[in-house]
Design a protein around this ligand. Structure first.
Ligand code: PEP
Ligand code: MG
Length: 574
């Protein structure tokens, strides 16, 4: 009998492949008194050689898939295993205390890590501590004969199953081999889910208990349209899913006809359907899906992919590439939004009880202004290469926007004084993610050039339901009338001031929400590249008048999200 494990469909598609478990292995051992020291030392040497071999292999894969910069981290790992002082100390403990190499390794490593971590203000030493932890785990696994999983070395078709995937784990997945992933935790708007959509890898998140049901290498069916993972399927089920997979792929092929078609309603009202990107690497998918522009460039991935803060020149190169590739279409770049589920080890941010309510995004940028200014200078320098708009994330107060704008203008003046040409027509906008900003949209509209509604956060803050927590996922309701009213208010406020409003949260690509948003007057919809064509098709099936009538009813007559969904369904059926 087959078993279905349900979760949240985070990135659409159907996949069938063997399981690749990405779980931390158990690395436990007992203290052993050894008689033959030479034998133990030889065992240690073999493990060191094995670990080195593995690191070289990973380095090679990382270099091929992610580039030389990303691969260099593994050089630091190799250096640890070539450090004679570290290895000699482990050997000495084995010799003097006559204990097993595992114990000696742990003792010596702990002393080093303590020493490095004590140098709190020294990010270099913090990094060395992280390297040492990583390498010593690998060496310990080699001593114990346990294999460590490594997503970057996957070289055959698999479905990755894990408790959770960090955004950097996700970045390492190679789309060619990883046909889908399933995690036990996470929500539709966790950043791994968002990245899966950019990479166009089918994904299910929040599949509680999946790890208890699957084994390494076992065949798994992932239906990431319904949000179901199926184990132990019989031949008939397998055939059904294979057929569904083919029909899904056919549908996707048919949508290709819309690539160069204008985004407009049935009665010809044009809107913009733009793409969300995390890195310039995503631009290929954006162009292949015929986006009208980039509505959200999440620049924090540039920071997260590096070992140190990216320099002005490194950032300039990335922004310029995005602007040039999209020219003459617009690119809305969001200044970095670190914090929440996106950490940056080298910034040494404090551990917080409520990271989504804490030190995040513009709050960090206004606090660490040098870092912010570097980003703005890079953006300003790139601005002459295309159609740039800049927006600030997590704005709660008008003062925050004014401060950010002032630093932007300072950077602009500085560059001009240095004789560097910059565009004078860059629009400056804000993300509407915090309910206070949504409520005060009329005031903000006097000062900003545009709004982009970040519903991933706006919903979590309005409903007080953590976007990462599947236990409260039922409260994460994009169609809740309160959310629709907030969205309506923001759009109206911007239009009254002659400004425009976009939406770059996941709600913008939701087929139930799209007609409602059209009716509320949203000007720009920004989403993962894979959602662009289905959205263009859906928009073309509605007239403005129909959408307006629907939206009006939803915000005036509905009390619950369920009523809103029913309203949309009934309307579509009529
Ligand atoms: C949002 O909050 O809707 C948004 C687009 O930003 P992020 O998902 O990066 O927080
Ligand atoms: Mg957000």
């Amino acid at each position: 009998m087959s078993q279905k494990i349900t979760g949240i469909a985070a990135s659409e598609g159907i996949a069938i492949a063997p399981v690749y478990l990405l779980v931390d292995p158990v690395l436990t051992y007992e203290k052993v008194t050894i008689d033959n020291v030479q034998e133990e030392l030889a065992r240690l040497n073999t493990a060191v050689d094995q670990a080195k071999g593995e690191i070289k292999k990973i380095r090679h894969h990382a270099q091929q898939q992610l580039g030389e910069d990303e691969a260099q981290v593994f050089d630091a790992h190799l250096l640890v295993l070539e450090d004679p002082e570290y290895l000699t100390q482990i050997q000495q403990v084995v010799e003097e205390e006559q204990v097993n190499a595992e114990l000696a390794l742990d003792q010596v490593t702990a002393t080093y890590i303590q020493m490095f971590e004590a140098m709190e203000d020294n990010p270099y030493m913090q990094e060395r501590a992280a390297d040492l932890k990583d390498v010593s785990q690998r060496l310990l696994a080699a001593l114990l004969g346990v294999e460590l999983p490594n997503p970057s070395t996957i070289d055959h078709e698999v479905i990755v199953v894990a408790h959770d995937l960090t955004p950097s784990d996700t970045a390492q997945l190679n789309k060619k081999h990883v046909k889908a992933f399933v995690t036990e935790v996470g929500g539709r708007t966790s950043h791994s889910a968002i990245m899966a959509r950019s990479l166009e890898i089918p994904a299910i998140v929040g599949a509680t208990g999946i790890l208890d049901h699957v084994q390494q290498g076992q065949k798994l069916i992932v239906d990431a349209i319904k949000g179901e993972a199926i184990v132990d399927s019989d031949a008939e089920e397998l055939k059904t899913y294979q057929e569904e997979q083919i029909s899904y792929q056919d549908q996707r092929r048919q949508l290709q006809a819309l690539i160069d078609v204008k985004s407009a309603t049935k009665d010809g009202k044009e809107i913009e359907i733009a793409a969300n990107i995390g890195t310039p690497k995503d631009l290929a998918g954006v162009k292949a899906n015929g986006a009208d522009g980039v509505g959200l460039y999440r620049t924090e991935f540039l920071y997260m992919d590096a070992k140190n803060l990216p320099s002005e020149d490194e950032q300039y190169a990335a922004y310029r590439q995005a602007l040039c590739e999209m020219h003459p279409k617009g690119v809305v770049v969001r200044t970095m939004d670190i914090g929440g589920d996106k950490s940056l080890p080298y910034l040494d941010l404090p551990k917080e009880m409520n990271p989504f309510l804490g030190y995040r995004a513009i709050r960090i940028s206004l606090d660490r202004q040098e870092m912010f200014k570097t980003q703005l200078r890079a953006l300003l320098r790139a601005s002459v290469h295309g159609n740039l708009k800049i927006m600030f994330p997590m704005i709660a107060t008008v003062e925050e926007f004014r401060k950010a704008k002032e630093i932007f203008q300072q950077a602009q003046r500085e560059l001009q004084a240095e004789g560097i040409e910059v565009s004078q027509t860059i629009e400056l906008g804000i993300m509407i993610e915090i309910p206070a900003a949504a409520v005060l949209a009329d005031q903000f509209a006097q000062e900003v050039d545009f709004f982009s509604i970040g519903t991933n956060d706006l919903i979590q803050y309005t409903m007080a339901a953590d976007r990462m927590n599947e236990q409260v996922a039922y409260l994460y309701q994009p169609y809740h009338p309160a959310i629709l009213r907030l969205v309506h208010h923001v759009i109206q406020a911007s239009h009254q001031a002659g400004k425009w409003t976009g939406m770059c949260g996941e709600m913008a690509a939701d087929p139930i929400a799209i007609p409602l948003l059209l009716g509320l007057g949203l000007d720009e919809f920004s989403m993962s590249a894979s959602s662009i064509l289905p959205t263009r098709k859906l928009v073309s099936e509605w007239t403005t008048a129909q959408a307006q009538e629907l939206a009006q009813k939803a915000i005036t007559e509905c009390a619950t999200a369920e009523e809103v969904v029913k309203l949309v369904r009934d309307f579509e059926a009529s």
